[in-house]
Design a protein around this ligand. Structure first.
Ligand code: ZN
Length: 395
């Protein structure tokens, strides 16, 4: 198509706002299906000539969509967003969270900032991409279950690696107020179950207290990763600058006078980019197997400790996106870079060999809260930036 058929900027912004209204109306809380949203977005993208690829969760109630406009060659750009949102239960909303409400320059609704605003802007540039003589493809990557541990995007990234020529880079549109975010921590989430031997509390020599041994492991984590204890990152802007941990759930015991047989910990650590998480996780598992478990088994040979890894969000390592930072700074006229405290899907793309950066409309400070909003101007900035990305892909 000829360049003059490209939609003008105000039309792209109007489309983005209309798409946002539609996106907010899909209740895609992570516990629910996202298929209605995905089908609707797929229809829009297909109308712009996109080639569609789906990957599903095991129950086929949720899908990732990977849609490509442009030539089937390497060197394209991935525009990535998660379609799920966090629950609204227990939050005091001024208006229906699943109905976009405009008050002044602000647009309220669940997911306006995190991160349907970015998805709306991406969908709005699809007709522009279709009308441009793209030399490099634009891939639209919409995932499920990001908010419950980035469970969906690994399947999308695996499919991308198998099926598409390697993209040049990915932009993950989590809310950063349209700042370029080049670094964040990784997160490894576990559940560990300790099985000892129950006994009357007077028979301390006979029982094996699961709670005592679980507590010893918590103390070990605290010695390694308590506030300020682990080595500080040299990367600017990570707050706090150290690898941290949390034991969010510690369940054990049934009565004051019974030595508890079982204990369950739900725990995580958040790693700085310099930490080798595979090696560190292995060292923690070795501590459980070689230090904690033998103490339990000395009294009760059948004692057991079992750990399940529930989620792993890879770090976004700024040392791996220097060229991309330079390119996007030039394309988008950005000023500097920053780091964020939260994890994103960007680390999955980076781990797959696709340099990634986080940049999207709205603020993380209003995300996950009642009366979440995005300013119209932020959506405007996102569409302007994405237009420039389309122009880059057409050169
Ligand atoms: Zn998000």
């Amino acid at each position: 198509m000829a360049p003059q058929s490209r939609p003008p900027a105000d039309e792209v912004l109007a489309d983005a706002l209309a798409h946002l209204e539609k996106l907010i109306a899909f209740d895609t809380t992570s516990a629910l299906s996202n298929l209605a949203l995905i089908d609707w977005a797929a229809g829009l993208l297909a109308a712009s000539g996109a080639r569609l690829r789906y990957t599903f969760d095991d129950g086929k109630t949720k899908a990732n969509l990977l849609a490509t406009i442009g030539p089937d060659v390497a060197g394209g750009v991935v525009l990535s967003g998660h379609t799920d949102v966090v629950p609204v239960e227990g939050q005091a909303w001024t208006s229906d969270p699943f109905r976009l409400a405009r008050r002044g320059v602000r647009l309220f609704g669940r997911g306006t900032a995190d991160m349907k605003g970015f998805i709306a802007a991406c969908l709005a540039i699809a007709p522009l991409a279709a009308a441009s003589a793209l030399q490099r493809p634009i891939h639209f990557a919409l995932s499920y279950d990001e908010e419950v541990g980035c469970l969906g995007v690994p399947r999308l990234v695996d499919d991308m690696k198998e099926s598409l020529p390697t993209p040049a880079f990915a932009i993950v549109g989590e809310p950063t107020m349209m700042q370029l975010v080049t670094a964040h921590k990784g997160c490894c989430v576990f559940e560990t179950r300790f099985v000892g031997r129950a006994a009357h509390s007077s028979l301390a020599h006979f029982g094996v207290s699961a709670s005592v041994h679980a507590a010893a492991f918590v103390t070990y984590l605290d010695e390694l990763l308590g506030p300020g204890r682990s080595p500080a990152s040299r990367i600017q802007g990570l707050m706090p600058a150290h690898t941290t941990f949390n034991v969010g759930v510690f369940e054990s015991g049934t009565a004051m006078n019974i030595i508890p047989r079982d204990a369950r910990l739900a725990w995580e650590y958040r790693a700085i980019p310099e930490l080798d998480t595979d090696a560190f996780t292995a060292s923690l598992m070795a501590h459980l197997d070689e230090i904690v478990l033998p103490k339990m088994q000395r009294v009760f040979p059948e004692a057991a400790i079992n750990t399940t890894k529930l989620a792993h969000v890879p770090v976004l390592d700024p040392r791996l996106n220097r060229e991309l930072l330079a390119l996007l700074t030039e394309i988008g006229g950005f000023d500097g870079e920053t780091a964020v405290a939260f994890g994103t899907e960007a680390g999955f793309f980076q781990a797959a060999g696709v340099p990634a950066i986080v940049c999207g409309p709205g603020s993380i400070e209003v995300a996950h809260r009642a009366d979440e909003y995005v300013d119209c101007d932020q959506i405007g900035q996102a569409t302007v930036f994405l237009r420039k990305i389309v122009d880059w892909a057409a050169t």
